[in-house]
Design a protein around this ligand. Sequence first.
Ligand SMILES: Nc1ncnc2c1ncn2[C@@H]1O[C@H](COP(=O)(O)OP(=O)(O)OP(=O)(O)O)[C@@H](O)[C@H]1O
Length: 210
Amino acid sequence: MNPFLQVRQLGCERDERVLFSALDFDLSAGDILQIEGPNGSGKTTMLRALCGLSADFEGEISWRGTSIKDDRESYFSELLYAGHSVGVKAQLTPQENLAWYCGLHVSVTDEEVNEALEKVGLFGFEDVPCHSLSAGQQRRVALARLHLARQPLWILDEPFTAIDKAGVAALEQLLVRHAEKGGAIILTTHHDLAMVYPDLRRISLATREQ
Ligand SMILES: Nc1ncnc2c1ncn2[C@@H]1O[C@H](COP(=O)(O)OP(=O)(O)OP(=O)(O)O)[C@@H](O)[C@H]1O
């Protein structure tokens, strides 16, 4: 059976500087892969390539055995990407943000939206404009998507940014539960993961010369 994701000879340069090269790895159901590296080492660049958001890379990326360049639609339908910036609309409420985002993929009820917001600790903040929320609360709005996600592959760029200790622990548990249920995750984080998970792997990008 094909792994979810097959990455072969992945490489990327920016401004004539090699960020990473000749990377080979597979990601299967149940895997969690952490991309590590110092600031500027190329983690976000790699995630954008893996998400099909950038075509400026060498190598081949396949989803369920088919190049992501050849069948973007089915790849995108199975991928949840949460980028480095929170990506919530400041004028909209958490309810509106979540309903809008999830509505792109599946239909969700108001009750499901409110439950997801409650799970990320936003009970009582569902209907205030997001610009009035703290940085961590805005990140929680973005992370609430994970509670409603049907996509098997999650690619998460620094999901723990601005999240407090309790939130970090809850998010780690959610990631493990997703993988245990047959999902797969690629994430970047500067935070030391506390999760004990047998199928957690790491790729370290080269240290920059300072
Ligand atoms: N579009 C671009 N054009 C030129 N250089 C770029 C571009 N995108 C990224 N870079 C450069 O590539 C390098 C890697 O950037 P990237 O954002 O992938 O790093 P990172 O490992 O995610 O860093 P951080 O930990 O700070 O988030 C940086 O030096 C950045 O300036």
